[in-house]
Design a protein around this ligand. Structure first.
Ligand code: MRU
Length: 364
């Protein structure tokens, strides 16, 4: 996607072919800063501190983290260490495990001298593949959008968190169909949940939709149900950090409440996902997916631009009030109207997913 006329991905290699460049997402929307990751530890920190975030981008950054590790030291010991360190950077998005398993399986049998080049090549392939996957999710979602019967002269989508190009390498998952609809001339407007506590909707989704010229309005997280009751939402679309074999989806905290409101109001609730987000090893998302508990300071404080400072942090809570910060929740498959993948659209169920990914059938 373009930023002020210049095409960008969210992660790319620098001119030396070694250091990895990323957009620092902790500084958006007020500052557009590119950071250089020179070591595996840099990559781990970028994931942990959410300089890069979003399930597919976390996977891509982890792949490059392995490449950076191999550039420093391509021994078996380093391969094992990089796998463990990167795996522990964030627990919920399964793309992380998918990318690390992929790289480890590829690198382990190779002689050490070949690991560095192979790791960089595979990391680049994972990025290119993510772009193509997201483009196809966009096309498949566009088919659904074309079939909607909007309640007004524009189609109103509602999205939660950021599942746009910033969360992937390009295009996005949930936002890919929206970009494709907009590019096709379909009048589409997006209600953007602010997404407390880190405000990925207000700071990232609003920013990237604005850069692409997609009409949007930021709303407080609590407003969506009201808008649905009054016919102002034609569909809800989100991403997912981990999708279980039977179609439960784990996404940014608050997604479940939107799914409940959508269900109560007969509003379709779609989820866009690439295949590395499916965890075929688990079925019950509520019981089996590890939910990241982040620092309470993300709830008690908020950062932004003040009238006097370019970057200010303020305290919201009374001194001494404790805060809790579960970062994700699980929406059971029964509340999901359909899953939109790179292979097509399917019901959120084991049978639905297996109709698109028959190679994952237990009998296969
Ligand atoms: O904590 P974050 O910002 O990494 O959470 C991101 C999300 O919840 C996205 O919706 C999810 O990763 C799907 S992204 C395409």
């Amino acid at each position: 996607m373009k930023v002020d006329g210049t095409p960008y991905r969210t992660i790319w290699l620098g001119a030396d072919g070694m250091a990895v460049q990323v957009i620092d997402q902790t500084l958006l929307p007020h500052h557009f800063v590119v950071r250089e990751l020179k070591t595996m530890e840099d990559a781990e920190k970028a994931i942990r501190t959410m300089i890069v975030r979003g399930a597919p981008l976390i996977g891509a950054a982890a792949a490059y983290g392995m490449a950076l590790a191999m550039a420093t030291d391509s021994s078996d010991a380093m391969l094992a260490r990089a796998y463990t360190v990167l795996m522990e950077s964030r627990p919920t998005a399964v793309n992380l495990r998918w990318a690390l398993d992929d790289l480890r399986a590829l690198l382990a049998p190779l002689p050490a001298a070949k690991r560095r080049e192979t790791a960089y090549r595979r990391a680049a392939e994972i990025c290119d593949e993510d772009v193509e996957i997201c483009r196809r999710i966009g096309e498949n979602g566009l088919g659904l959008i074309r079939r909607l019967k909007p309640k007004s002269d524009r189609i109103n989508a509602l999205t939660h968190c950021n599942a746009g190009w910033l969360a992937t390498v390009d295009w996005g998952t949930a936002l890919a169909p929206i970009y494709q609809a907009h590019n096709a001339g379909i009048p589409i407007h997006v209600w953007v949940d602010e997404t407390r506590p880190r405000n990925q909707g207000a700071s990232l989704t609003a920013w990237e939709l604005g850069k692409h010229g997609v009409p949007h309005t930021v709303i407080a997280d609590n407003a969506g149900g009201h808008l649905m009751q009054h016919g102002q939402v034609d569909f809800v679309i989100t991403g997912t950090d981990r999708t279980t074999r039977r179609g439960d989806v784990c996404n940014k905290i608050g997604t479940y409440l939107k799914a409940l409101a959508a269900h109560d109001n007969g509003v379709p609730f779609y989820v866009g996902l690439p295949y590395p987000t499916i965890d075929w090893t688990i079925e019950d998302g509520v019981r089996e997916i590890p939910i990241e508990e982040r620092n309470a300071r993300e709830v008690s404080h908020i950062a932004g631009r003040s009238e006097t400072s370019d970057r200010a942090t303020v305290q919201l809570l009374p001194d001494g009030s404790p805060a809790a910060n579960p970062a994700f929740d699980v929406t059971p498959a029964r509340l999901v109207t359909a899953l939109i993948t790179e292979r097509g659209v399917c019901p959120a169920s084991e049978a639905g997913l297996l109709s698109l990914y028959p190679e994952q059938s237990r009998a296969a």
